[in-house]
Design a protein around this ligand. Structure first.
Ligand code: NDP
Ligand code: HSE
Length: 440
């Protein structure tokens, strides 16, 4: 179908309300301006900015003044707006603004993972109700085309696992700790100084950002609804220089991983296990060489096998690239009077608690160097039905370092084992406890 034409015979422009003009929004405006001609040719109609909502208009000398407004709600409601692009972030006021747009049949492009992970179902329902599009490629892994492949390209396959590095800030910090041997606090300080960590790094370092992304990935991959509350979450604040050194000693490195798994019980009951936590992975694993602020995600599917998606997971221009890709898709749908793929949550899989999820642990202990210590420690593992895969002991003068790597056991059993081992009189210190991923 051809684009609707205005009275002069030219295609009717698609009018866009931009909500937010910060790191990402500024780059969206730049790309829309610099590439206006190409975008119009690709879409079949020009894109025009109807307005830009911000909090502090005086700060925005880089955009035409007449477009700026502090009244985001009026802009969204305006009859002059076809598509709403939201790059404000957070839950309020964005939830109300996007629901208003979608209820009124205005398609939405958003980079807001926190909103999607908490209120995705409300947004999808509103989009379905009015037939509007809801696109959000930029919400996970910035510039990397990942959500569209999961939602569209792999829609004919059965995805079993998605595992990746989806937070650039924490990956920058962990990569730097690995390279320098420095501790967490001083590396975070350096990351803030260089502009990689935000003034309030909580969402990144405590794993909230990655958990929101994991919820979105699991929902798309497994055709079910997963919210941030379903995701087990641990951040990187507790990762110490000793953990990094212990990992290095065994040819591993530490990464903050988001892991989404389809779990099938012996009776055939399916559920999803979604978790975010630091883990040791072998230095030979492809995710081990993902350093700095880069992201990478591994996807395993029954027919397709293993795939890896890699690229810039954050930053104004990379994220704006994903936003523009979505805007072009939405605009093309409008020109064709159609809509993109709907939400697919038919599987309605329950979320498996972390305690029941099988994991593997690396445990590094300082123990008394005397006869019978190893057997006391091993007995605790046996008591909890946790099988030991490897043990390494190094004697020093009065004590010894004992490193144990387990086979897979439930996370609850592994935790109880570590608690009990830590209480043994012969154990002087539990130096490092970390999950191990990426090895059989
Ligand atoms: P910024 O903080 O840089 O920008 C936020 C913008 O929203 C600012 O322009 C701010 O206005 C505006 N704003 C805030 N509150 C309101 C409000 N109530 N009404 C109108 N405007 C408001 O955020 P980012 O650009 O970094 O992030 C935007 C979104 O993109 C977030 O959802 C984020 O998670 C996501 N994202 C960001 C990435 C990145 O690398 N930065 C990567 C991937 C996703 P003012 O400037 O006047 O204060
Ligand atoms: N704070 C996020 C990160 C931005 O560090 O990856 C991208 O979502």
């Amino acid at each position: 179908m051809l684009a609707k034409e205005s009275a002069g015979g030219k295609p009717t422009p698609i009018r866009v309300a931009l909500l937010g003009c910060g790191t990402v929004g500024t780059e969206v405006v730049r790309l829309l301006t610099d590439q206006a001609g190409d975008l119009a040719a690709r879409i079949g109609a020009p894109i025009e900015l109807a307005g830009i909502a911000v909090r502090r208009p005086n700060k925005h000398r880089e955009v035409p003044e007449h477009l700026l407004t502090t009244d985001a709600s009026a802009l969204v409601k305006s009859d002059d707006v076809d598509v709403v692009v939201e790059v404000i972030g957070g839950i309020d006021p964005t939830r109300g603004l996007l629901l208003e747009a979608l209820h009124n049949g205005k398609s939405v492009v958003t980079a807001n993972k926190a909103l999607l992970a908490e209120h995705g179902s409300d947004l999808f329902e509103a989009a379905d109700g009015s037939g509007a599009d809801l696109y959000f490629e930029a919400a996970v892994a910035g510039a990397i085309p990942l959500l569209r492949p999961l939602r569209e390209s792999l829609a004919g396959d059965r995805i079993t696992r998605v595992m990746g590095i989806v937070n650039g800030t924490t990956n920058f910090i962990l990569s730097a700790m690995d390279a320098t041997g420095a501790g967490y606090a001083e590396t975070l300080e350096e990351a803030s100084r260089l502009g990689y960590a935000e003034a309030d790094p909580t969402a990144d370092v405590d794993g909230f950002d990655a958990a929101s992304k994991a919820a979105i990935l699991a929902s798309l991959a497994f055709h079910t609804r997963v919210t941030a509350a379903d995701v087990y979450r641990e951040g990187i604040r507790q990762v110490s220089a000793a953990d990094i050194a212990a990992a290095k000693g065994l040819g591993r490195t530490v990464k903050l991983l988001a892991i989404c798994e389809r779990v099938v019980s012996p009776s055939g009951q399916e559920s999803v296990a979604v978790r975010v936590h630091p883990a040791m992975i072998p230095r030979t694993h492809p995710l081990a060489s993902v350093n700095g602020a880069f992201n990478a995600v591994f996807v395993e599917a029954d027919a397709a096998g293993e795939m890896m998606f890699y690229g810039q997971g954050a930053g104004g221009a990379p994220t704006a690239s994903a936003v523009l890709g979505d805007l072009v898709a939405v605009a093309r749908n409008k020109v064709a009077s159609g809509r993109g793929p709907r939400e697919s949550a038919y599987a309605a899989l329950p979320a498996q608690p972390m305690g029941n999820t099988p994991t593997r642990y690396h445990i590094s202990l300082d123990v008394a160097d005397k006869a019978g210590v190893l057997s006391q420690v091993a007995a605790v593992f046996a008591e909890h039905d946790v099988s030991i895969a490897a043990v390494r002991q190094e004697g020093r003068t009065e004590d010894a370092s004992l490193v144990i790597v387990t086979h897979a056991a439930t996370d609850a059993a592994l935790r109880s084992t570590v608690d009990k081992v830590g209480g043994l009189p012969v154990v002087r210190d539990v130096v490092s406890v970390m999950r191990v991923e990426g090895e059989e």
